[in-house]
Design a protein around this ligand. Structure first.
Ligand SMILES: Nc1ncnc2c1ncn2[C@@H]1O[C@H](COP(=O)(O)OP(=O)(O)O)[C@@H](O)[C@H]1O
Ligand SMILES: [Mg+2]
Length: 767
C-alpha cells in the first residue's frame, strides 16, 4: 500500500499512548474523478488528507484501536487488502498501517453495509510528510461523500476511544443508505444500466433521477426507468386510460372483463346488476392498486367501493370480477421475458390478538417488507389503508377485532407479485400478452392478467387482461420472493441494442482522444477535419473551442470534461475528437470510458501540476497512459516514437498501435516496424505510411516543404499523428492526403472562410 508504510519504522511509538488524543485527520481536498483516471477505469472519489500527528502513530501503536475498530465493523475481516486473503486487512492493522489506509477500508465497509458495494480502494503517500491520497470506487459522488464523512467520524472515534456504539454505526450506514436512495438510480434503471455495462455499453446519467443515456452521440438510446426512446407517447396515454385500453384490446379479440364507466354510486350498483355479480370497482387511471375493490357482491359493498375509488382517479369503472390469481407479464420487444404471480395475503387469528397486531406479527415482520424501494414487498399500514379497511369491513372486522383462533382473514388480494412463474406461461397466454402490448403500442409493457392457472389458455378458464402498464417496475422480476430472478435488464438492453454479442462497438461512435500538450489543439482540429471529410458529422472539443462540424459553438477553452460530455450527449454527433490535457485527466478523469483512437504526443507540462504532486515529466507517464488504457480492442493507439517513454506505452493498449516520428531513425519506430507494426514517418520530404517494413507515400500529399509553407500552424509531428489517426479510422488514404492539403491551419482564416459560406461540402469537391 502506501509507500511510506513500507519504509517507515514500525512500532516506534511509546507503549503508553492510550491517553493521547489526536486531532481530526484533515481532508485537504476531495475530487470526484468522473471517468477513467490515473487510478482506475471507473469513477472514484479522490481524497487528499493530512494525518497530522497520526503520521507518527500507525495502527499498532494506538492501544486498543484495532479491537475497537473491528468491534464496530466486524466485516472488515472480509477485506483481503494487499495480503490477498480473508483477514488480510486485519493483519495489516495489527502489524501497523497508517490512518489514511484505514480510512479507505472504513469507507469501503460503510458502502458495503449501505448496499452499494465497492471493490476498489487505494491509498498512496505524497511527497509531503503526512499527506496521503486516498481513493475509492464511487458510482455516485454524493453517496461517496456521505460515506467519507461518516467513515471519517467513525475512524476518529475509534482512534481516540470516544463513545461510538453499534447504534451509531447503524445510523452512519442509514445516512449513506439514504444518499443511495436519494441520489442513485432506482432498482429497475440500475438493472438495465448494469446489463449495458456487462455488454460494454457506456452510460451517462442525464438528470438526478432515472433518465439515462446508453451509448454515445448518434448511437445512443435513452431510458427513463422502463421507458425507452421507442416508447410511444400515444401508447403511454392509451395505457393510462384503462377503459380505452380495454376497448382496444376487446376489439382485437383479447379477453378483457366487460364493464363500464359510472358517474355515481347508484349508477355503479346498476352497472353491477347488469354485468352480473361479483364485480370489481376501480378508478380508470390510478395505479399501484389504489382504490381497487374486488369481488363485490352486495349493493352496499359496491357503493362503498365507489366512494373508495372516486377520489383516486378521474372516472370510476365497474367490471366483471375475474376469478383467479393476479399475474404480471413483462413484455419486451414482442416477447414475454418474465412473469410473476401474486399471492393473496392473509393472517390467521389466535383468539387473542387484534387484526392490527396480527398484521404486525405475521406480515410486517417479514424481512422482505420495508418502506424503501429496495424491498420487494411493502409494509402494511392499516390506519392509512382505506382499501384494507373496506376489505376487513366486508369480513365484518376492523383493526381492533380479535378473530377466533384459526380464522383466516384476507388482508390484501393484489399487489403482492412475489412468485416467479415465467416458465409456466402457456404459449397462448404469452401470445395474448404480446398482442396486448402491440395493440396499445408499447415496446415495453407490464400486462396485468387474472387467471386461475397461467399454464392454461385464458379462454378455457375465463381469464382476462385487466390492465396494460407503460414503464412497468422490474423489481418483482429481479427480486422475486419465490423463484429465480429473471434477467429483465438484459432483455431491455438487448431490445435497445439488438446487435450480436461480442461486438465491442455497440452503442458507440468513433471517439478520438488526444492527450499531450504540444500542438495538440491544431492536431485535434486536423483529426476532426479528416474525420468530417470521412463523412461523419463530427464534434470537437479542444483548447480552441467546442465545434460541431465546422461551426464553433463555444469559443472558450474546451479541453475539459464538461465540453467533451456535451459532445457525447449530442444525438447529432457521429464522431468526436476530444483533447485532454494532463490536468483534465488528473482533475476530472476522461469524459469517455473507451475510445477508438487514443493519441499521445508528449509528456510535457509537469511544472504546472504541483497541485497534483507531480513534479517531473517521468510522473506524466502514469497520467497520460490513461489515454492508452482506454483504447478499445478494435481501436488504435497513436504514439509519438520520438519520445521512448511515449512509445513505451504501446504494451498498455488493448488494440493496435501506430507509431509516428518525423525522424525515421527513431529507435522505437524502427523496432516497431521490424516487428511488423504500422508507422507514419517522413522520407524524401514526403509522408510515408509503413506496414512493417513495407512503405508507401501517402497519396494526395506532395512535398512537405511546400505544404509547410502554407500550413505554418501545424508542426510536422502533429501532421503525422493526424494522418496516423485517419489511417487507423479507415479513412481512404487519398482523402487523408487531399484533406491535409486543404486544411486551414489558421483558425481565424478557417472560421472566416466558413463565413464566406461554402455551399458544397469539401468531401464532395474532392470526390
Ligand atoms: N375485473 C377484475 N377482476 C379481478 N381482479 C381484478 C379486476 N380488476 C383488477 N383486478 C385486480 O386488481 C389489481 C389491480 O387492478 P389494476 O386494474 O391493475 O389497477 P392498478 O392500475 O392500480 O394496478 C389487478 O392486478 C388484479 O389483480
Ligand atoms: Mg395494475
Amino acid at each position: 500500500m502506501a509507500a511510506a508504510e513500507d519504509t517507515a519504522v514500525r512500532g516506534q511509538a511509546t507503549s503508553n499512548v492510550s491517553a493521547l488524543r489526536f486531532d481530526d485527520i484533515r481532508l485537504l481536498r476531495t475530487n470526484y474523478l468522473r471517468g477513467p483516471n490515473v487510478w482506475t477505469y471507473r469513477p472514484v472519489l479522490e481524497v487528499w488528507l493530512d494525518l497530522g500527528r497520526l503520521e507518527d502513530f500507525p495502527s499498532n501503536t494506538i492501544e486498543g484501536f484495532t479491537e475497537r475498530l473491528t468491534g464496530l465493523l466486524p466485516a472488515l475481516i472480509e477485506h483481503h487488502c494487499g495480503v490477498g486473503e480473508r483477514g488480510g486487512f486485519i493483519q495489516r492493522l495489527t502489524e501497523g498501517t497508517w490512518a489514511g489506509h484505514v480510512m479507505e477500508h472504513v469507507v469501503i465497509e460503510l458502502l458495503n453495509l449501505a448496499g452499494m458495494p465497492t471493490g476498489f480502494g487505494q491509498t498512496r503517500s505524497t511527497s509531503q510528510h503526512g499527506v496521503y491520497r486516498m481513493v475509492f470506487r464511487a458510482r455516485d459522488e454524493q453517496v461517496a461523500r456521505a460515506a467519507l464523512a461518516e467513515g471519517h467520524r467513525l475512524l476518529m472515534a475509534a482512534i481516540n476511544n470516544d463513545p461510538f456504539t453499534a447504534t451509531d454505526v447503524q445510523r452512519a450506514v442509514a445516512a449513506v443508505k439514504a444518499k443511495v436512495e436519494d441520489c442513485y438510480l432506482g432498482p429497475s434503471t440500475a438493472a438495465i444500466v448494469g446489463a449495458a455495462t456487462d455488454r460494454g455499453i457506456p452510460h451517462m446519467r442525464l438528470n438526478s433521477g432515472n433518465l439515462v443515456q446508453l451509448g454515445y452521440g448518434a448511437s445512443q438510446q435513452r431510458i427513463w426507468t422502463a421507458e425507452t426512446d421507442y416508447t410511444s407517447a400515444i401508447a403511454e396515454s392509451i395505457a393510462s386510460d384503462k377503459e380505452l385500453t380495454k376497448s382496444l384490446l376487446a376489439s382485437c379479440g383479447v379477453p378483457v372483463p366487460e364493464g363500464q364507466v359510472v358517474e355515481s354510486a347508484e349508477e355503479a350498483w346498476d352497472a353491477a346488476d347488469s354485468i352480473g355479480l361479483p364485480v370489481a370497482v376501480k378508478p380508470s387511471d390510478a395505479n399501484h392498486g389504489r382504490g381497487v375493490s374486488l369481488e363485490l357482491t352486495t349493493r352496499e359493498e359496491v357503493m362503498d367501493a365507489f366512494a373508495v375509488a372516486e377520489p383516486e382517479g378521474s372516472d370510476v369503472m365497474v367490471e366483471r370480477f375475474v376469478r383467479g390469481y393476479e399475474h404480471r407479464l413483462l413484455v419486451v420487444g414482442g416477447q414475454v421475458v418474465a412473469a410473476a404471480r401474486g399471492e393473496v395475503i392473509t393472517v390467521t387469528g389466535d383468539g387473542q390478538s387484534t387484526v392490527a397486531a396480527l398484521i404486525d406479527k405475521q406480515l410486517n415482520s417479514d424481512p422482505r417488507r420495508g418502506a424503501e424501494e429496495e424491498f420487494p414487498l411493502d409494509l402494511i399500514d392499516l390506519p392509512t389503508d382505506a382499501k384494507l379497511q373496506l376489505e376487513l369491513l366486508r369480513q365484518k372486522l376492523d383493526g381492533n377485532s380479535v378473530p377466533e383462533a384459526g380464522r383466516v382473514v384476507t388482508i390484501q388480494r393484489n399487489g403482492n407479485l412475489g412468485v416467479d412463474c415465467t416458465d409456466q406461461v402457456h404459449p397462448e397466454v404469452a401470445h395474448a400478452a404480446v398482442l396486448a402490448a402491440r395493440i396499445v403500442g408499447l415496446d415495453i409493457a407490464g400486462i396485468d392478467m387474472v387467471a386461475q392457472d397461467i399454464g392454461r389458455p385464458l379462454a378455457a378458464q375465463g381469464g382476462a387482461i385487466v390492465e396494460v402498464n407503460a414503464g412497468p417496475g422490474l423489481l418483482m422480476h429481479l427480486k422475486p420472493a419465490v423463484g429465480s430472478p429473471r434477467p429483465v435488464g438484459r432483455a431491455i438492453c438487448d431490445h435497445l441494442f439488438p446487435d450480436a454479442e461480442g461486438d465491442g462497438a455497440v452503442g458507440r461512435i468513433p471517439v478520438i482522444g488526444v492527450a499531450g500538450s504540444r500542438g495538440t489543439s491544431v492536431l485535434a482540429r486536423l483529426v476532426a477535419w479528416l474525420v468530417g471529410l470521412g463523412g461523419h458529422h463530427t464534434g470537437l472539443a479542444c483548447r480552441d473551442g467546442l465545434f460541431l462540424e465546422r461551426r464553433r459553438v463555444d469559443a472558450r477553452d474546451s479541453a475539459h470534461w464538461e465540453a467533451a460530455h456535451r459532445l457525447l450527449v449530442n444525438r447529432a454527433v457521429q464522431a468526436v475528437v476530444i483533447e485532454n490535457g494532463a490536468e483534465t485527466i488528473l482533475r476530472d478523469g476522461l469524459a469517455y470510458d473507451r475510445c477508438e483512437v487514443g493519441i499521445v504526443t508528449d509528456l510535457d507540462g509537469a511544472e504546472s501540476l504541483a497541485e497534483f504532486d507531480i513534479r517531473e515529466s517521468d510522473q506524466m507517464v502514469k497520467v497520460l497512459r490513461t489515454q492508452v488504457d482506454v483504447v478499445l480492442a478494435e481501436g488504435t493507439a497513436v504514439l509519438n516514437a520520438a519520445d521512448p517513454r511515449v512509445a513505451g506505452l504501446a504494451p498498455l493498449c488493448d488494440g493496435a498501435v501506430i507509431l509516428y516520428a518525423v525522424d525515421p531513425r527513431a529507435e522505437a519506430l524502427q523496432a516497431h516496424q521490424a516487428a511488423g507494426g504500422k508507422a507514419v514517418l517522413v522520407r524524401q520530404d514526403r509522408v510515408v505510411l509503413a506496414n512493417g517494413t513495407s512503405e508507401s507515400f501517402l497519396p494526395g500529399l506532395g512535398r512537405l516543404t511546400v505544404w509547410r509553407a502554407s500550413h505554418a500552424g501545424v508542426e510536422l509531428d502533429g501532421l503525422l499523428a493526424a494522418i496516423a489517426a485517419g489511417w487507423a479510422l479507415g479513412i481512404p488514404l487519398n482523402l487523408i492526403g487531399a484533406g491535409v492539403e486543404a486544411f486551414e491551419a489558421d483558425l481565424h482564416a478557417a472560421l472566416a472562410s466558413l463565413q464566406l459560406s461554402q455551399t458544397q461540402p469539401l468531401n464532395e469537391q474532392l470526390a
